[in-house]
Design a protein around this ligand. Structure first.
Ligand code: BES
Ligand code: MN
Ligand code: ZN
Length: 500
């Protein structure tokens, strides 16, 4: 984790130095703890607010340098808006906003977790810390010419002053375990494909063992033996061998059926023989964002000792054009025994997922399965970068995911599945073909394809994260290209419905 910031919690007090962050409501109203910390500087704040037309609107910031009458070198007043409107995601955002406003040179900051109508709870204080840590992440390991003034000061520490130190510390432990998973996912997504090819990706999952996750790597020979002809067809044009990684976290009741998470891990997607146009192709190093999310999630669940049995499986391949590459028209046999006519070698993700999902179901008999994949450009056309596409055979699971999305800000929008779309992937020569033949409804026909590898008795959801996995517009809690999208969503889903 680069530029790690240390977080601590303490009782309400005005800091003797560094940066002080306080919150105010609409009309620049302060709670008692903040008012006390401001002391005589409150008049200064009122004047500055007027001059700046700062009204305390949610996430707006008023900044005062060397405020007279205070020991702090810098004061940040963050608007919290109307107290009644505040949701958990707002506290995350406030933490991100505060972090974003800290000067790079600042080594010490104190955030006062206080609102006009009373102190924030411990959970809310912990969310401030999580938001700040997500915002602090940068991916700059390949920047050799960083200027000193661009580098954050070493040993930055942030104290969150709260009315519930014990409660905040307790929530914080879980939130930071999850943040660690998000940052791990971002690191994987940001890494270029010359560095992160299937074998290297598989190697990097070994760190999960430290948290108590059993990690098993299946090499190409093992995959061949299992009959994963669809997955292997995608990787056959690459100099890099394909891999499947199986991660197991057993925090639940012995023998209880696990929840399963399956990720698309196309380390680079050129499109293969159906090669993509050059413009923007570099983004396809992120075509493993689904797999990155599964790894980050397994890390998060283990680090916070989630009371659940969970398995994570990722299919790692590289899709390249080559003399040995799979061709349009080729027919491959999947592990399920179903044959697939490859119409377009750029529709490779579904070939990978079909085999890994089938394998996960056979081996683990999960109580529920969720796959994540940067699967189609069509889902970006439909939903942009705000919502991921949700496809499911189960209303209850869909409902749960939708709620978890609202709670975490990683939102999903349910899309249809129907026999009319399923018909579109029937093939003249094989059991199915890997595209619907038309660009219309492209995200849906892709989901229908995956559905053919799922038995209808297992609740299953497919999340098309092509729009959200990377290159999301910069948010208050992420400034990096890779988003780590889905880790917080699925951790939440597990915490709310599948633990104990
Ligand atoms: N990895 C791409 C989808 C993608 C596009 C992800 C943009 C993120 C951003 C996927 O493998 C792909 O190429 N899909 C094709 C399918 C088509 C050939 C049926 C697409 O969406 O165009
Ligand atoms: Mn593709
Ligand atoms: Zn792809």
């Amino acid at each position: 984790m680069p530029d790690a910031v240390k977080f601590g919690f303490g009782p309400f007090a005005a800091p003797a130095r560094g940066v002080l962050v306080v919150f105010c409501g609409e009309g620049v109203k302060f709670g008692s703890a903040a008012a006390k910390a401001l002391g005589p500087a409150a008049a200064l704040v009122a004047r500055a607010a007027k001059t700046e037309s700062f009204t305390g609107k949610a996430a707006s910031v008023l900044e005062l340098i060397v405020p007279a009458g205070m020991k702090a070198d810098r004061l940040l007043v963050i608007g919290a808006g109307k107290a009644a409107d505040l949701k958990p995601t707002d506290f995350l955002k406030f933490g991100g906003v505060a972090m974003g406003k800290l000067p790079k040179s600042a080594t010490e900051a104190t955030i006062l977790a206080d609102l006009p109508d009373g102190a924030m709870g411990g959970e809310q204080a912990a969310l401030l810390a999580q938001g700040a840590s997500l915002r602090a992440y940068t991916f700059d390991r390949y920047k050799t010419r960083k200027k000193d003034e661009d580098k954050p000061a070493a040993g930055r520490s942030i104290t969150i002053a709260t009315g519930d130190v014990a409660g905040a510390r307790k929530s914080y432990a879980a939130h930071m375990a999850v943040a660690g998973g998000v940052l791990m996912a971002r690191d994987l997504v940001n890494e270029p494909a010359n560095v992160l090819y299937p074998e290297e990706f598989a190697r990097r999952t070994a760190v999960l063992r430290k948290a108590g996750v059993a990690v098993e790597v299946l090499d190409a020979k093992a995959l061949k033996k299992l009959g994963m002809g669809a997955l292997l067809a995608v990787g056959q044009g690459s100099r890099r061998e394909s891999r499947v990684v199986v991660m197991r976290w057993n925090g639940g009741k012995k023998g209880a059926a696990p929840v399963a998470f399956i990720g698309k891990g196309v380390c680079f997607d050129t499109g293969g023989i159906s090669i993509k146009p050059a413009a923007g192709m570099e983004d396809m190093k992120g075509d493993m964002a689904g797999a990155a999310c599964v790894v980050g999630l397994m890390q998060a669940l283990a680090a916070r000792k989630a009371k659940v049995n969970a398995v994570g499986l990722i299919g790692l391949v590289e899709n390249m054009p080559d003399g040995n590459a799979v061709r349009p028209g080729d027919i491959v046999t999947s592990m399920s025994g179903q044959t697939v006519e490859v119409i377009n070698t750029d529709a490779e993700g579904r070939l990978v997922l079909g085999d890994v999902i089938w394998y996960a179901a056979q081996r683990f008999k999960p109580q529920m399965m969720i796959d994540l994949a940067t699967l189609t450009g069509a889902i970006i056309v439909a939903l942009g970068q705000e919502y991921a596409g949700l496809f499911s055979n189960d209303d209850r699971l869909s409902e749960r995911l939708t709620k978890a999305g609202e709670a975490t800000g990683e939102k999903v929008w349910r899309m249809p599945l129907a026999p009319e779309y399923d018909k579109m992937i029937d093939s003249k020569f094989a059991d199915m073909k890997n595209t619907g033949g038309s660009r219309w409804g492209g995200a849906i026909t892709a989901a229908q394809f995956i559905k053919r590898f799922v038995d209808d008795k297992t609740p299953w959801a497919h999340l098309d994260i092509a729009g959200t996995g990377f290159d999301s517009r910069q948010s208050d809690i992420n400034r990096s290209w890779g988003s780590g999208w889905g880790v917080r969503l699925l951790d939440r889903l597990v915490a709310d419905h599948y633990e104990k």
